[in-house]
Design a protein around this ligand. Structure first.
Ligand code: NAD
Length: 443
């Protein structure tokens, strides 16, 4: 099938590449000329395990091409995926300007029937707005052409994006058109052989499914963080509680790790956007508002503990930070807890000495050159001469640690662990002061 994908970010590039990999003929279009020229030269602008070899394979087979030429991109595919960003607007609702711009572009150039597919995460009712924007352009041209708009939200996780796209639990499609059902079956057929994962539903249900899924996951995290804050104040170990509740199959072990708050480009903005959607229809989404408020507070936890360990005196202190990405296996720092922490350290007059296996370039891009931020080549350089270590992201390589060695590196032996990576007794034995999340010690 001929397929066009608008947007070559995490979702667009993975979608285009995976669809090319099963034999479709894919053109990926982006308005960012620099991104497209890097992609054309074989450089992948994001870090995503396995993506680079997959792109290379499909570019060299001729099934995957990149362009900034909107007219050629619209001409190419019968399927036109919209996978552009939907950042939060000032009031937290999803900003649809990029999505609607693509709809207008398609209306401007299309010469035959197209299926326009909303893959971006968009609020309920967006398919109607995409239809209107596209139709307005056709009317302007005096063109009478038919098209369908459907919703096909994406559930991939950064860091496991290819695995999720190719072996995801479900493929949700919102449409009321039999023709779209048939075309989407053909598009996803190669990824739908083992059992039928395609779920067809009405457009509004599909749009809401994506927000409901992210809101549910964010709720699990905020719930567990709330319990961890209680555990800390009650002298209980939240890790024991986690195992205790996870063993109940109605609860399960997945996604109930306490930590330093969720970040990334999806949970924060999607929870907010769903809450705004609710208030627009006159419903006060109290649970969603609380999920967001708990997370906001949780992101300040690491700094609060750090500041308490130094009696509020962080001026002139050097803090080692391990992990900048919002989670392991990505270079994405959007809404990352590391940013809340570092910005608070700087505000208090401290310096940061940081290491992340993938996100240092992104960190430099965000914060530029500044005297109070030193990015170092490995974990040990980050702690050398530092006053304390804070672990923010649970990269695999941080999971084992020689606590005696660490104690020798730090001037004040403080280890703050935002991911509960270690056994408290083992850390204390080495003479370190250890503060994790909800492990019975209040700080
Ligand atoms: P991103 O910011 O990484 O990429 C968006 C891309 O769209 C950019 O390269 C930008 O230049 C391009 N773009 C903007 N306007 C354009 C236009 N008019 N034509 C062509 N390209 C244009 O975003 P992302 O993380 O890939 O997210 C895209 C959407 O998918 C969002 O709605 C997001 O909520 C959703 N989503 C993201 C994830 C994730 O893990 N990142 C997962 C599921 C869903």
């Amino acid at each position: 099938m001929k397929i066009t994908v608008f947007g070559t970010g995490y979702v667009g590039l993975v979608t285009g590449t995976c669809l090319a990999d099963v034999g479709h003929d894919v053109v990926c279009m982006d308005v960012d000329a620099d991104k497209i020229s890097r992609l054309e030269q074989g450089e992948i602008p994001i870090f995503e395990p396995g993506l680079s070899t997959m792109v290379e394979r499909n570019v060299s087979s001729g099934r995957l091409r990149f362009t900034t030429d909107a007219e050629a991109a619209v001409a190419h595919g019968v399927l036109q995926f919209i996978a552009v960003g939907t950042p939060p607007d000032e009031d937290g609702s999803a900003d649809l300007k990029y999505v609607l711009a693509v709809a207008s572009t398609i209306g401007e150039y299309m010469q035959d029937y197209k299926v326009v597919i909303d893959k971006s995460t968009v609020p309920v009712g967006t398919a109607d707005r995409v239809t209107a924007a596209l139709q307005a352009k056709l009317d302007e041209r005096g063109a009478s052409l038919s098209f369908d708009v459907c919703s096909n939200p994406e559930f991939l996780k950064e860091g496991a994006a290819i695995e999720d796209f190719t072996r995801g639990a479900r493929i949700v499609v919102g449409t009321d058109s039999d023709k779209v059902v048939e075309l989407m079956r053909e598009c996803y057929g190669p990824y739908n052989r083992n059992h039928d994962k395609l779920m067809f539903m009405d457009v509004r249900a599909a749009e809401l499914t994506k927000y409901a899924a992210n809101a549910m996951l964010a709720t699990k995290i905020s719930f567990m963080n709330e319990i961890s804050n209680l555990a800390e104040r009650l002298g209980a170990d939240v890790e024991a509680v986690r195992r205790g509740i996870g063993s109940d199959p109605r609860i399960g072990y997945q996604f109930i790790y306490p930590g330093c708050g969720y970040g990334g480009s999806c949970f924060p903005k999607d929870v907010q956007a769903l809450a705004r959607t609710a208030s627009q229809v006159g419903y006060e989404a109290e649970l969603l508002n609380s999920v967001e408020a708990v997370n906001y507070r949780q992101k300040t936890t690491l700094f609060r503990k750090l500041s308490a360990a130094f009696n509020g005196e962080l001026k002139g202190k050097t803090i080692a930070v391990w992990g900048l990405a919002f989670k392991p296996n990505t270079d994405d720092m959007r809404e990352a807890p590391s940013r809340t922490l570092m910005e608070a350290i700087w505000e208090a007059g401290g310096r940061v000495q940081a290491y992340d296996p993938e996100a240092m370039k992104e960190c430099r891009r965000i914060y530029g050159d500044r005297d109070d931020l030193v990015l170092v080549a490995d974990q040990s350089q980050a702690v050398r001469g530092a006053d304390a270590l804070v672990i923010v992201t649970e990269w695999k390589e941080f999971r084992t640690l020689d606590f005696n060695w660490l104690k020798d590196q730090l001037s004040l032996p403080v280890l703050i662990d935002g991911r509960n990576l270690y056994e408290p007794d083992a850390v204390h034995e080495a003479g370190l002061m250890y503060y994790a999340i909800g492990r019975g010690e209040s700080l």
